[in-house]
Design a protein around this ligand. Structure first.
Ligand code: PLP
Length: 395
C-alpha cells in the first residue's frame, strides 16, 4: 500500500471538523428560513448574522459590508460586472493583471465584448505586479482596478496595500480576489484600501459552494440576483445558513491558528522547494520571499505536466499542474507564460500545495517520489538528452 498525500490545498481544502460540526444542526432540527417572522425563523436569522459578524471581524470589515455568495467565481463575476455597470457612465476602462484567476480574466474578456476596454498588466519573472505600472495605467476613464492578493498557481503575494493606496488616490474602485489569501495570511480591507474583496470558504477548510464579497460601505453594486430581497436586495434567494455557519467556523479557526500554522507550513514548503530544486533543469516558480505559506511550485524541463500528475497519482500523490481549472486543457498556464517561461518549459509545471494535515513525513515522501518520477519521465522523453542531462532545446 503506497502512502496517500493530498498536496492540492490551493485547489480545495478538506472540510474542518469544526466547520462540519457548526453546520450539522442546520441539516436537521435548525432548518428555519431566516425570512420567516416566527421565532424559529428569526433564530436562523440570528445565526446567519452572527456568522456574518465573525467573517467581517476576520477581514477587518463591518458586518453590513459582507455579502454571501456561492464562492470565489461568483464574487469575482459580481465585482467586475457590477462595478462595470455601476460606473459605466464615468468611463469604460478597467485595469487588471495577466495572472488573475480565470474567474476574473474570463469576466474581463466578457466585458471587453460589451464595449469595455481592459488593460492586462504584465508581471515580473517572480509574478509580481508593479504598483507604479498600475499608477501609470490609470486614465481619466478608468473605473476599476482588480488585482489578486496572492496567485493560485505560483503563490506570489502581491503588493496590495500599495496598489490600494494608488487606487484610492485616483478615486478608482479597487477589487481584490483574495481567495488564496483569506485564512492563510493577514487580510485587512481597511489597510488594503479595497472597495471590493472576494473570498471562498472551501479554500480555508470550509464547505464548497459558499463564499463572500466584501463591499465597502458607500459602494453599492447593482443586484446580482433579483427576487425576495435577501442580502440587502442585492442577492435574493433563501440564504445558505448551514454554509454561512460552516464558513464562519472555518475562518475563525484558520485565523486563530494562522501565525503558528504559517510558520509550520513555510518550513515544510521550503524544505520541499530546496530539495526538489536540486534536480537538474528545475526551477522554482514565483517569489521565494513573498509567497503563500503552503504553496510550492516548480517547473521541470523535459517533462510533461500531465504525465507527471498521472504518475504521481499512481503513487498516491494528489498534485496539480497549472491551475485545476485549466488542467483539462493542453495550453500551458497563462500565469507561467506571463512570468516569461517558454511554452515548452511551462508544460513541465508542478504545484504542490500543503495544508493543515500535511506532515513532515508527507514532505519526505514527496521528496522521494517526485524526483523518481521526474527522472523516469525524462529517461522516456524524446526531448531529454540523457547524456547531457538537459532538454534538447539547449543545443
Ligand atoms: C479557487 C479560486 C477562485 C474560484 O473560487 P471558487 O470558490 O472555486 O469559485 C477564484 N480565484 C482564486 C485566486 C482562486 O484560487
Amino acid at each position: 500500500m503506497s502512502k496517500l498525500v493530498y498536496a492540492d490545498h490551493a485547489a480545495t481544502t478538506p472540510l474542518s471538523p469544526k466547520a462540519r460540526d457548526a453546520m450539522k444542526p442546520y441539516f436537521s432540527l435548525r432548518f428555519g428560513n431566516p425570512s420567516s417572522l416566527y421565532a424559529f425563523g428569526q433564530e436562523a436569522r440570528t445565526d446567519l448574522e452572527q456568522a456574518r459578524a465573525v467573517i467581517a471581524r476576520c477581514i477587518g470589515a463591518q458586518p453590513g459590508e459582507v455579502l454571501f455568495t456561492s464562492g470565489g467565481t461568483e464574487g469575482d463575476n459580481w465585482a467586475l460586472k457590477g462595478a462595470a455597470e455601476l460606473r459605466k457612465s464615468r468611463g469604460k476602462h478597467i485595469i487588471t493583471t495577466a495572472i488573475e484567476h480565470h474567474a476574473v480574466l474570463h469576466t474581463a474578456q466578457f466585458l471587453e465584448k460589451q464595449g469595455f476596454e481592459v488593460t492586462y498588466l504584465p508581471v515580473d519573472q517572480l509574478g509580481r505586479v508593479d504598483p507604479e505600472q498600475v499608477k501609470a495605467a490609470i486614465r481619466p476613464d478608468t473605473i476599476l482596478i482588480s488585482v489578486m492578493a496572492a496567485n493560485n498557481e505560483i503563490g506570489t503575494i502581491e503588493p496590495i496595500a500599495a496598489i490600494g493606496a494608488i487606487a484610492k488616490e485616483a478615486g478608482v474602485l479597487f477589487h481584490v480576489d483574495a481567495v488564496q489569501a483569506v485564512g492563510h495570511m493577514p487580510v485587512d480591507v481597511k489597510e488594503w484600501n479595497c472597495d471590493l474583496l472576494t473570498f471562498s470558504a472551501h479554500k480555508f477548510y470550509g464547505p464548497r459552494g459558499i463564499g463572500g464579497l466584501y463591499m465597502r460601505r458607500g459602494v453599492r453594486l447593482p443586484p446580482l440576483i433579483h427576487g425576495g430581497g435577501q442580502e440587502k436586495g442585492l442577492r435574493s434567494g433563501t440564504e445558505n445558513v448551514a454554509g454561512a455557519g460552516g464558513r464562519a467556523a472555518a475562518l475563525q479557526e484558520a485565523v486563530g491558528e494562522m501565525a503558528a500554522e504559517a510558520q509550520r507550513l513555510i518550513a515544510l514548503r521550503d524544505k520541499l522547494l530546496d530539495g526538489l530544486s536540486r534536480l537538474s533543469c528545475t526551477k522554482v516558480t514565483g517569489d521565494r520571499e513573498n509567497r503563500l505559506p503552503g504553496t510550492a511550485s516548480l517547473v521541470f524541463e523535459g517533462v510533461e505536466g500531465e504525465a507527471l500528475l498521472l504518475h504521481l497519482d499512481a503513487r498516491g500523490i494528489r498534485a496539480s499542474s497549472g491551475s485545476a481549472c485549466s488542467s483539462a486543457s493542453l495550453d500551458p498556464s497563462h500565469v507561467l507564460l506571463a512570468i516569461g517561461l517558454p511554452h515548452e518549459v511551462a508544460h513541465g509545471s508542478l504545484r504542490l500545495s500543503l495544508g493543515r494535515e500535511t506532515t513532515e513525513a508527507d514532505v519526505d515522501y514527496l521528496l522521494e517520489q517526485v524526483p523518481e518520477v521526474v527522472n523516469y519521465l525524462r529517461e522516456m522523453s524524446p526531448v531529454w538528452d540523457a547524456k547531457a542531462q538537459k532538454p534538447v532545446w539547449y543545443d
